[in-house]
Design a protein around this ligand. Structure first.
Ligand code: AMP
Ligand code: MG
Length: 415
């Protein structure tokens, strides 16, 4: 065990992140790659676009022919052919000539500009150009987006709609991505019952398995629900053993100093390499972390809010590192916000207060919600940020600048 001493959040995060490594690679169909992390650098095998083409409907011309053209002094050009998008031009444009061309159609040889159809007048003999064009005007050049062999997407990039579009343009129907971690989720506690079980006196519903599975899914992991283990060493040991086919194991409850808190003992008996078991934070504090057969094991606290916040601070960064994200994308983003209300905190450890974060006038604003108890699950709804109150600070006044971890996008003010 590294530390009997209570670690700071940063110390604990560093230990967790140092102990996990990047997952293996798999190839997936492009259509299934959204939200995954690229595991290769990508360059197209051909220029994009593949040929000079027109950005408007109009006439492909030799720009010099149109010099000085206006509505009063149009130039007259002979029209050679029509080039719809998807066809290949047949004839070369020489001086005094033009070809009717549609948006996206390949530019014919000899042409160096396109006159918009709005600036032309068609007649029996051909077309009149009512406005001069410069060379290159309304032309999209071959390779101007991406050149053949030019690497534009890199290992570690998250694949979003733009990346998917570009990969499709490159004819990449398959891409290499990092494997998504399978995350086993185990709840412990004699008082915990399944969602559809009768709530006898003394019992509470297993909400942690649901919230944790949702958090795992939100960061693109694959949760596997292992149900509930009662507060006995044998039940917990059996459940943990069955979790070891997963890449990451999360348990909730049983990591405190109560008489029935067996998770740490079982982990040690199973030969886990335990790294820490407490972190100086609220909600949270009891948090067992270690490697069991090389797999990261997070013994999260049972309190519903503590368990979610601990996941966000420790398990999520580990999963993101495993999934191939770079160091800047491991942790939740931090912003500075103006506090909208007075607040008080214990001062004994760092507090993470659930808050609603909005963005008005180009600034973030934070309003903490009323019920901040570690069991107040409602504080995790309608909130999108965690206001950080450092150890030793017992109150902060409205208007002060505070650091906030964003759990989601900030609300935008509607004006
Ligand atoms: P523990 O960490 O086992 O002492 O549990 C702390 C608190 O969290 C207790 O009030 C438990 O009843 C509650 N709790 C433990 N596990 C769960 C769970 N799976 N779902 C909801 N609450 C839980
Ligand atoms: Mg318990």
């Amino acid at each position: 065990m590294t530390a009997d001493r209570m670690l700071t959040v940063e110390e604990a995060q560093e230990i967790v992140l140092d102990s996990v490594s990047v997952s293996g690679i798999e190839r997936v169909p492009l259509s299934e790659s959204q939200g995954r992390v690229l595991a290769e650098d990508v360059a197209p095998r051909f220029d994009v676009p593949p040929h000079d083409n027109s950005s408007v409907d109009g006439y492909a011309v030799w720009a010099a022919d149109t010099t000085g053209s206006s509505a009063d002094t149009p130039c007259h050009l002979e029209v050679l052919e029509e080039i719809p998008a998807g066809t290949v031009p047949a004839v070369r444009i020489g001086p005094g000539k033009a070809s009717r061309i549609m948006t996206g159609a390949f530019l014919p040889e000899g042409a160096d500009a396109v006159v918009m159809v709005e600036n032309t007048r068609q007649n029996e003999e051909g077309v009149e150009v009512l406005k001069a064009v410069r060379p290159g005007q309304n032309v999209r050049y071959r390779g101007e987006d991406v050149r053949q062999g030019q690497r534009v997407l890199f290992d570690g990039a998250e694949i979003g709609p733009g990346e998917i579009g570009l990969l499709a343009a490159f004819q990449r129907s398959q891409v290499s991505v990092r494997r998504r971690p399978v995350v086993a989720v185990l709840s412990t506690g004699d008082e915990v019952v399944e969602i559809d079980e009768r709530l006898e006196p003394g019992k509470i519903v297993n909400s942690n398995s649901y919230s944790l599975s949702a958090l795992v899914r939100e960061c693109n992991g694959m949760p596997v629900n292992l149900g509930i283990a009662g507060d006995s060493e044998s039940e917990i040991a059996a459940a943990i053993r069955s979790a070891l086919s997963a890449d990451v194991v999360l348990s909730t409850g049983g990591v405190s100093v109560g008489d029935y808190d067996y998770v740490k003992k079982v982990l040690e008996d199973l030969g886990a390499d335990m790294r820490f078991w407490r972190v100086k934070m609220k909600p949270g504090k009891p948090l067992a972390y270690g490697l069991l057969q090389g797999k990261p094991f997070f013994g999260l606290p049972g309190n519903p809010v503590s368990c979610m916040v601990s996941f966000l601070l420790f398990a999520r960064p580990a999963m993101r590192k495993m999934m191939g994200y770079g160091p800047h994308d491991w942790r939740l983003p931090t912003v500075q916000a103006e506090l909208e209300n007075d607040l008080t905190a214990g001062g004994d450890r760092r507090h993470y207060l659930r808050a609603r974060i909005s963005c008005t006038g180009g600034r973030f604003h934070a309003s903490t919600v009323a019920g901040q108890g570690s069991g107040m699950l409602s504080s995790m709804t309608g909130t999108n940020g965690l206001v950080i109150v450092e150890t030793g600070v017992t109150s902060i006044s409205r208007g002060a600048e505070v650091s906030v971890l964003l759990m989601g996008a900030a609300d935008q003010a509607v004006s």
